[in-house]
Design a protein around this ligand. Structure first.
Ligand code: GLC
Length: 732
């Protein structure tokens, strides 16, 4: 339809048709099972609402979607939108987003999500509730696993790549689905890392550090935005006019659809800013929210609000028109069943191209944290594979709601395909006390499948350890210990697993730990006792094949952290781009007690941003600048020679950070501004050239203006955020 026809449709719609467009219902309103990604609640709405509902939440499957859409079109002239949490894969599951970000490769992210759209669209998806790009600096928060991490620049690149992947060319050439960037805004900064908790910070910090990734998604063309559960400046995001109107609509010019998170409108009452459903509906409409996800507020209260003269027809029409426009962009008016095909869905699900790429992406996403010359392993090595993840398919994480877990490779299978002598012992469960975990989506309470008594399992494991050349421990969080509603105050591995491992270690010759987890973990309490550790995150359908590719040396690991791993949970929130303070521990004019420090712990994380080991080693030369001063419209070329000082070919993530020494507001001690992932042959030296542009020196001043101030800057180029390899330049 063209705009005129769309406007004509809008003006021909009844009030119930219009209000229905603003309501999203779950599958149980359409006679099908629902994937429950939030509290189940009966809504108390009238039948006309489901007759005229605009969209459906988390119902997927070609046959099911066709059936629902057909039945809907018998009663309505406006097709339903099917929206679902297709966050990091559909049937083929890629590594969780935090893992993908550790690959430092936006093109890889885009490809993963392009393949995801190819699987999900034939199966009925119109909109995906992704990418999630919340800056996440508190490891206690469970949803950090869905985020690209702690850095606005990395999260922005991820946001752009994801939107391009999901939405593709938005034409007939390839299947595409609308991206819904979330959670707007600042959800990753919940106080104390506690789920759904208060967020409060200055507009200055919010604009500088937390908003940029959402803006990147919108600049990349994201067609939808989801409001977050948290407050900002005392106003829940879903009713926050500064966020939703001043920033999102007026400043950024977003004219797409704004949907709430699950039940967030009605939760304005619990927040204490709305007396009842009617006031909640009013506040959300005033903030410009278009779709009410799964509450009765819009359904039951918008017409009474209009009748009381509190809500204009114009405001309703604006919201309805944005939704009609999205349906029109997707071609649903011409064909409500566009792109849906059971046959195509079956053909694309777990297609070998997708699985091969999932394997590649997993090899790029894992981070080698420690290696005391034990990796890579020879194929003839005698390996005891021990731990709750040794023979597990629970490798896709909390938000792989539609992942085909039956097709997930297990470590045992992958090891036995390559290594000549493998013996496997699960030995213990993921977690002994699962009473607080609850259920999520299709993830009911799961266990590792361990059988027998603790004593029997320990005895068997010790026998295996004695036999083996190397013990590979496959340990990690219970999958329900991270993700939504997965905040933790203790970030160590489950106690039963650490105890089990420590009882076996005395009998091992060499030990390797593979970690499967969503939180950035605290590994301080055992890492010194083992020879190697690899962070595997939740690596997806092909994770184990990728792990073996790395362990046997077919792939040289190149993953680098995009979050900080704390020494202890007491350091949270912890992140590299911190402000220097007036008493920095390393350089303060004071000494001894009176510096910024803890009495019982270093200031630094155990493993910091940008960190990761490889099988090769690399040396970094000095930084050469093409000039030491520049001004607007000019550039500085920063050159550095890096040498692969080993006999192993590998990829090095060369990272460039800037520091503004003195400005009108405090500036972080380092900020990532660019990076290059460079392949180096053994003993090869390459000269890497970065362009330092004036906009890299820009920041938000106290008046929230983006400025570049004259002054001295330090440029750092190195393998991670701790690099001291620097040069100095001035911006005039
Ligand atoms: C959940 C999540 C959000 C998800 C939505 C729909 O509560 O916060 O990320 O997209 O509800 O399932």
């Amino acid at each position: 339809m063209n705009t005129i026809e769309l406007k004509e449709l809008l003006h021909s719609m009844s009030m119930q048709e219009k209000i229905g467009q603003l309501v999203q219902l779950s599958g149980d309103f359409f006679g099908t099972d629902e994937v429950s990604t939030g509290p189940a609640a009966k809504l108390g709405i009238e039948d006309w609402v489901s007759t005229h509902a605009g969209s459906v939440l988390n119902v997927m499957g070609a046959k099911k979607v066709l059936d629902i859409q057909k039945r809907h079109m018998e009663k309505s002239r406006i097709p339903l939108l099917f929206m679902a949490d297709i966050v990091y894969g559909y049937k083929t599951v890629y590594p969780m987003p935090l893992a993908l970000a550790c690959g430092w490769d936006p093109d890889m992210v885009e490809t993963c999500f392009r393949y995801t759209a190819k699987e999900a669209v034939p199966d009925g998806a119109h909109v995906t509730f992704a990418p999630m790009v919340d800056v996440s600096r508190d490891a206690r928060w469970g949803r950090g696993m869905e985020s690209p991490g702690e850095d606005p620049y990395i999260n922005g690149l991820f946001a752009k790549a994801a939107v391009k992947g999901f939405q593709g060319k938005q034409d007939e050439s390839e299947p595409w689905m609308a991206a819904c960037v979330k959670h707007f805004a600042g959800y990753g900064a919940v106080e104390a890392g506690r789920e759904y908790n208060t967020v409060d910070m200055s507009r200055w910090r919010m604009t500088q550090e937390y908003l940029p990734p959402y803006k990147a998604a919108i600049e990349a063309g994201a067609k939808m935005v989801m409001t977050s559960f948290n407050t900002i400046e005392g106003i829940p995001a879903t009713a926050n006019q500064w966020l939703m109107k001043d920033i999102l609509r007026d400043t950024w010019g977003f004219d797409g659809v704004l949907i709430t998170d699950y039940a967030a409108i009605q939760e304005l009452i619990a927040h204490g800013v709305a007396q009842d459903d009617k006031e909640a509906a009013y506040l959300a409409m005033e903030a410009g929210v278009d779709i009410d996800m799964k509450t009765p507020c819009y359904a039951n209260e918008l017409i009474p609000l209009m009748e009381e003269g509190k809500l204009s027809q114009e405001k309703i029409d604006e919201a309805v028109f944005r939704i009609l426009s999205l349906k029109n962009d997707l071609g649903l008016f011409e064909d409500p069943y566009k792109g849906i095909s059971e046959e195509k869905a079956k053909e694309e699900a777990n297609a070998s191209t997708h699985r091969d790429y999932a394997r590649y992406a997993a090899t790029q996403s894992m981070v080698l944290l420690k290696n005391n010359q034990v990796l890579p392993l020879k194929k003839e090595t005698k390996i005891a594979l021990i731990g709750p993840y040794a023979d597990s398919k629970d490798l896709t994480g909390l938000w792989a709601v539609y992942g085909d877990k039956s097709k997930v490779v297990t470590l045992k299978t992958a090891f036995e395909e390559v290594f000549e002598h493998v013996q496997t012992e699960i030995g213990c469960d993921y977690l002994e006390d699962t009473s607080t975990l609850g259920d999520f989506g299709m993830i009911m309470n799961i266990n590792s499948g361990v059988q027998g008594t603790k004593e029997e399992n320990l005895k068997k494991a010790i026998e295996l350890a004695k036999w083996a050349d190397v013990v590979v421990f496959a340990l990690g969080e219970h999958v329900l210990q991270s993700g939504e509603s997965g905040s933790r105050t203790d970030l160590t591995l489950p106690e039963n697993q650490v105890e089990f491992m420590k009882q076996i270690l005395p009998y091992t010759k060499k030990s390797v730990v593979l970690l499967f987890n969503g939180h950035p973990l605290v590994v301080t309490n055992w890492i010194d006792e083992v020879d190697a550790v690899m962070e595997c995150w939740y690596p997806g359908s092909e994770g184990p094949h990728a792990i073996v590719d790395i362990l046997v040396g077919n792939v040289n690991p190149s993953g680098r952290l995009t979050v900080s791993l704390p020494y202890t949970v007491g350091q949270c929130p912890i992140y590299y781009a911190a402000f220097n303070t007036g008493r920095p521990m390393a350089t303060s004019i004071h000494s001894g007690r009176f510096v910024s420090r803890y009495l019982d712990c270093p200031n630094e994380p155990l493993f910091g941003f940008g960190y990761g080991l490889s099988y090769h080693t690399c040396s970094y030369g000095n930084i050469e600048l093409s000039t030491n001063t520049f001004t607007k419209d000019e550039r500085i070329l920063a050159k550095i020679k890096i040498e692969n000082t080993s006999d192993v070919k590998g990829e090095e993530v060369v990272q460039l950070y800037l520091r503004d020494i003195a400005a009108s507001v405090v500036r972080p001690v380092k900020e990532l501004k660019d990076f290059k992932k460079v392949e180096l042959n053994p003993h090869e030296t390459k000269e890497i050239v970065f362009e330092i542009k004036p906009e890299m020196c820009a920041f938000m001043n106290q008046r929230l203006e983006t400025v570049i101030e004259p002054g001295e800057f330090e440029v750092y180029i190195g393998p991670n955020a701790t690099t001291l390899n620097k040069a100095i330049f001035r911006y005039k």
